[in-house]
Ligand binder design. Structure first.
Ligand SMILES: CC(C)(COP(=O)(O)OP(=O)(O)OC[C@H]1O[C@@H](n2cnc3c(N)ncnc32)[C@H](O)[C@@H]1OP(=O)(O)O)[C@@H](O)C(=O)NCCC(=O)NCCS
Length: 165
């Protein structure tokens, strides 16, 4: 039985491994294993995750069953929209997917930003499971970007938004 709690630095090695495994399972077929390895090494190292845990106006959660970390999620207030929160990451290990963990982590994250009027995210359009998950949780497509995540990732994404409150 998994419960959702705020992440601590002690969790980060497991979270980094979870992201590596889940990224390869989700994106190798779309971007190739080399590109996935390059991005996951840059974005999901323990130091990169440590910087996220330290961020203000942000929430970093994990799903824990006392033995494994089965999922992670990270959301923060937007740096450009005063009234917007951004869901940056939501990942569940493949073997634990479709058991309600994503739903539980999202339910926690969407209540963490009382000043936000909406939440936005970027998702790979070919990632049908994720798009279906977000649609089931009230997000609609509002635009597109050619560089998901950071400056020049070269990864296309659709932008989805959900009103909050
Ligand atoms: C997308 C993800 C976070 C969803 O988490 P999850 O724990 O597997 O999903 P849940 O069991 O909470 O599903 C909740 C609802 O979302 C929808 N959903 C989830 N996975 C789905 C799938 N593969 N296909 C269609 N709908 C899906 C369903 O409506 C589901 O409700 P139901 O099971 O009662 O039908 C998870 O599958 C994941 O980590 N996927 C790989 C990584 C990823 O794509 N992350 C998002 C990056 S933007």
């Amino acid at each position: 039985m998994f419960f959702v709690r705020t992440a601590s630095e002690r969790d980060l090695a497991k979270v980094s491994a979870l992201l590596g495994e889940t990224w390869h399972a989700t994106y190798d077929a779309l971007y190739g294993a080399d590109k996935v390895a390059e991005l996951t090494a840059k974005w999901h190292s323990v130091p990169a995750l440590k910087a996220r845990i330290a961020r203000k106006n942000a929430e970093f959660v994990v799903a824990d069953n006392g033995k494994d970390i089965g999922g992670m999620g990270f959301a923060a207030m937007s740096e450009t929209h005063k009234k917007g929160a951004i869901l940056h990451q939501l990942y569940v290990l493949p073997k634990f997917q479709r058991q309600g963990i994503g739903r539980e982590m999202f339910a926690e994250l969407e209540t963490c930003f009382p000043d936000a009027e909406f939440m936005q995210l970027e998702v790979e359009p070919e990632n049908r499971a994720a798009v279906a998950f977000y649609e089931a949780h009230g997000f609609v497509k509002i635009g597109e970007t050619a560089n998901c995540g950071d400056g020049q990732s070269g990864i296309p994404a659709i932008i989805m938004e959900k009103p909050l409150g």
